[in-house]
Design a protein around this ligand. Structure first.
Ligand code: FPP
Ligand code: MG
Length: 298
């Protein structure tokens, strides 16, 4: 039924009656459509469910368009990003258009669903600002990192699952917990893959996060584990263009201190909790989505 969501997004875009926007949208990679999948698996495929899934994916696409401008990212899913192809102004405006059209459609679905999703967009934006501000510092506070990734990434998954539960008449609290855990684990793994995956698999340069000033969970753990001199060396490399030797040094210290395993295990705990919640309810498809997340390598 994901194809019904694709068609609904295309319909929403074509209703804008603008050839340039239609052509730009057609050039965006679709991605995994993870949020839409969650919504469909929780709530089925009634029109209101398809519309909610379409809107959430439009909002997500808008947020990535803006994020690539903010992050100076020239690739997205192994292809040139829209900002790389057409410049920042076009990317920002396409994001605004997708977001606004999505918001308009959201209000037609129901005020309860609209509230749930728009609250998440506020969180998403607060989280992105926090990410930008934290990147200007050498953040070593794990709680602040976790709060930021909850807002930036997990809030929309939490709201997707919550909105779907509302549409299906299911217990919204349980499904929101599932979505939140999945979202936090997803971002933790995304941050790990920035270190472990090679550039071709990842579709973006490896160790890009640290060069951008982001101290994700493995860096926080590494700093805690290193002795005085090495910790000072790591700090000195923060937010700088790294040479090959410096990249190798960081990766080998991470291996010595087993910080990737430690970070990965933290994501795994959240996923296991999510799986348990869904198994208790006989929601096997949702358990499988969670399981696949911990196994993803791209
Ligand atoms: C990706 O993070 C970014 C997000 C999940 C959220 C971005 C949110 C905004 C830009 C707020 C604006 C929202 C709207 C709807 C206009 P990342 O850079 O860690 O992940 P990446 O590796 O996929 O780039
Ligand atoms: Mg980014």
């Amino acid at each position: 039924m994901l194809s019904a969501v694709e068609r609904k997004i295309e319909q929403f875009v074509s209703e804008l009656n603008d050839k340039e926007v239609t052509s730009l949208y057609a050039q965006l990679p679709h991605g995994k459509r993870l949020r839409a999948k969650l919504i469909l698996k929780i709530a089925g495929s009634r029109l209101s469910v398809i519309k909610t899934a379409a809107v959430v994916e439009m909002i997500h696409a808008a947020s990535l368009l803006h994020d690539d401008v903010i992050d100076d990212a020239y690739t997205r899913r192994s292809k040139p990003s829209l900002n790389a192809l057409y410049g920042n102004k076009t990317a920002i405006m396409l994001g605004d258009i997708l977001y606004s059209k999505g918001f308009l459609e959201l209000n037609i679905i129901s005020s309860e669903i609209a509230k749930m999703v728009s609250n998440a967009v506020v969180q998403l934006s607060l989280g992105e600002l926090k990410d930008v501000s934290l990147s200007k510092t050498f953040n070593l506070n794990k709680e602040i990192y976790l709060e930021m990734i909850y807002q930036k990434t997990a809030s929309l998954m939490e709201a997707s699952a919550g909105a779907a539960a509302l549409l299906a008449g299911k217990d919204k609290t349980v499904y929101m917990t599932y979505g939140r855990n999945l979202g936090i684990a997803f971002q933790m793994i995304d941050d790990i893959l920035d270190i472990t995956a090679d550039t071709t698999t990842l579709g973006k340069p490896a160790l890009h996060d640290f060069e951008e000033g982001k101290t994700t969970l493995p860096y926080i753990y590494l700093y805690e584990a290193l002795g005085y001199d090495d910790a000072a060396k790591l700090k000195a490399l923060h937010a700088k263009k790294l040479s090959k030797e410096e990249q190798v040094w960081i990766k080998s210290k991470m291996e010595d201190e087993k910080v990737i395993e430690k970070s990965y295990n933290e994501a795994k705990v959240l996923i296991e909790e999510a799986i348990l919640l869904m198994n208790e309810r006989g929601e096997e498809a949702l358990s499988s989505i969670a399981m696949a997340m911990i196994e993803r390598d791209f």
